[in-house]
Write a protein that binds this ligand. Structure first.
Ligand code: ATP
Ligand code: MG
Length: 332
C-alpha cells in the first residue's frame, strides 16, 4: 500500500509540500511578479489552465483509483472549477476573496474520508490554493491539553504544522463536551475558529466523523458550523463496490482471484458486511491481507516448483479460513 495508511496514527503528516525553511517567513515565499492584467477584450483558455495546473491528473486519479463516491467526486470537480475560474479572473485583475474551503466529511469507518482528504490537499496545492498541500491528521488529544494553559500552545503548534496544507481533525466532535463545562476543548475550538477565519487562504480544516455526532456538534457550535462551507457525505459501500475495491487493491498488488475465489470473496464480503466492526473498504483491505498470508502459507507447504501464476493467484482456501465465515466476529 501507499504511504497513505491512515486511521491508526493520532497525529501524522503526509504529503508533497516541503516544509518551509527554518525561520523562513511563509508570507515571503517567492511570489510570481504580478503580471499586467489582461485587457478587457482578451480571452483566456480554461482547458489550457487546467492543463498547466495538472488538475486533470488528480481528478482522473480520483476517478480511476476510487470506486463509487459519485457525489464526493462531483463536489471536488466543482471546487476545482471554482478555483480555476478564480485563477482566470485574476488574470484580468478580477480579484475576489479566497473562497472558504473548510469542509466536513461524514461517514462510517473505512468509507474513504482520509484518502479523499489527501487527494483534496494535492488538488488544492496544484490549484495554488495551498502552498504545501500536505495533510496533518489529528484527534482531540493532539489539540486539547489536560491542564490549565496547555491547550492553546498545543492547538497552535498543530496549526503551525498544518499551515499551507490541510488540518484533518478525525472525530472532531470530541473537541466539545457539552456535559463538562470545565473542559478545555472549547478553548481549542476558539483558536481553530480564529485560524479558519484569518488564514483561510493558506489553511483548509476538514472535520471528519460520524454524521449524527457531527450534527450535534454543529448544533452546539454555530461558529464552527458557519465556517464549514462544504459538507461531503461518504456513504457505506454496496457489495458490488466493495468487490470492485477489492479487485482494485489486488490488481495494484499484482494478485488475482481464481474464478472460484471471486465467488468466495464476494460471499465473504456479503457476510462480513452484516457483522460487528465492519469497516467498509478497510475491512476489504484487511481481508485481502489475511488472504495473502494464507496464500503464502499454502505455497510454503507445497513441495515442487511454483510458477508465476501460483504466486499471483488466490484460491477459495485463502478466504475460507476467514473468521468472517465462522461465527466469530473479531475480524475487522
Ligand atoms: N472508494 C474507494 N476505492 C478504493 N479504495 C478505497 C475507497 N475508499 C477507501 N479505500 C481504501 O480503503 C482504506 C480505508 O480508507 P480510509 O482510511 O480513507 O477511510 P476512512 O473513512 O478515513 O476510515 P476511518 O474512519 O476508519 O479513518 C484505504 O486503504 C483506502 O485506500
Ligand atoms: Mg480515516
Amino acid at each position: 500500500m501507499s504511504a497513505a495508511r491512515p486511521g491508526f496514527a493520532l497525529s501524522r503528516e503526509w504529503g508533497p509540500g516541503p516544509a518551509p525553511a527554518p525561520g523562513a517567513d511563509p508570507g515571503a515565499a517567492p511570489a510570481p511578479a504580478p503580471a499586467e492584467p489582461l485587457p478587457a477584450d482578451a480571452s483566456v483558455d480554461l482547458a489550457a489552465e487546467r492543463e498547466a495546473a495538472g488538475v486533470d491528473a488528480v481528478l482522473d486519479a480520483l476517478d480511476g483509483e476510487l470506486i463509487g463516491l459519485g457525489p464526493v467526486k462531483t463536489r471536488i470537480r466543482e471546487i476545482a472549477a471554482l478555483l480555476l475560474v478564480d485563477r482566470l479572473r485574476a488574470r484580468f485583475g478580477l480579484f475576489a476573496e479566497a473562497p472558504s474551503l473548510h469542509m466536513c466529511f461524514t461517514g462510517n469507518p473505512g468509507t474513504g474520508k482520509t484518502t479523499v482528504a489527501l487527494r483534496m490537499a494535492e488538488l488544492l496545492h496544484r490549484l495554488g490554493y495551498l502552498r504545501r498541500g500536505h495533510v496533518v491528521s489529528v484527534t482531540r488529544d493532539d489539540l486539547v491539553g489536560q491542564y490549565v494553559g496547555h491547550t492553546a500552545p498545543k492547538t497552535k503548534e498543530v496549526l503551525k504544522r498544518a499551515m499551507g496544507g490541510v488540518l484533518f481533525i478525525d472525530e472532531a466532535y470530541y473537541l466539545y463536551r457539552a456535559e463538562n463545562e470545565r473542559d478545555y476543548g472549547g478553548e481549542s475550538i476558539e483558536i481553530l475558529l480564529q485560524y479558519m477565519e484569518n488564514h483561510r487562504d493558506d489553511l483548509v480544516v476538514i472535520l471528519a466523523g460520524y454524521a449524527d455526532r457531527m450534527d450535534t456538534f454543529f448544533a452546539s457550535n454555530p461558529g464552527m458550523s458557519s465556517r464549514v462551507a462544504h459538507h461531503l457525505e461518504f456513504p457505506d459501500y454496496s457489495l458490488d463496490e466493495l468487490t470492485a475495491i477489492g479487485s482494485l487493491m489486488l490488481a495494484r498488488q499484482r494478485y488475482r482471484l481464481s474464478p472460484e475465489a471471486e465467488r468466495t470473496f464476494r460471499e465473504y464480503l456479503s457476510r462480513r458486511m452484516t457483522q460487528p466492526r465492519f469497516a467498509n473498504a478497510r475491512s476489504v483491505r484487511n481481508a485481502l491481507e489475511r488472504a495473502r498470508l494464507r496464500h503464502a502459507n499454502r505455497l510454503a507447504a507445497v513441495s515442487g516448483p511454483l510458477g508465476r501464476d501460483d504466486l499471483v493467484r488466490l484460491e477459495p482456501a485463502d478466504f475460507l479460513a476467514s473468521r468472517g465465515f465462522s461465527r466469530e466476529t473479531g475480524a475487522s
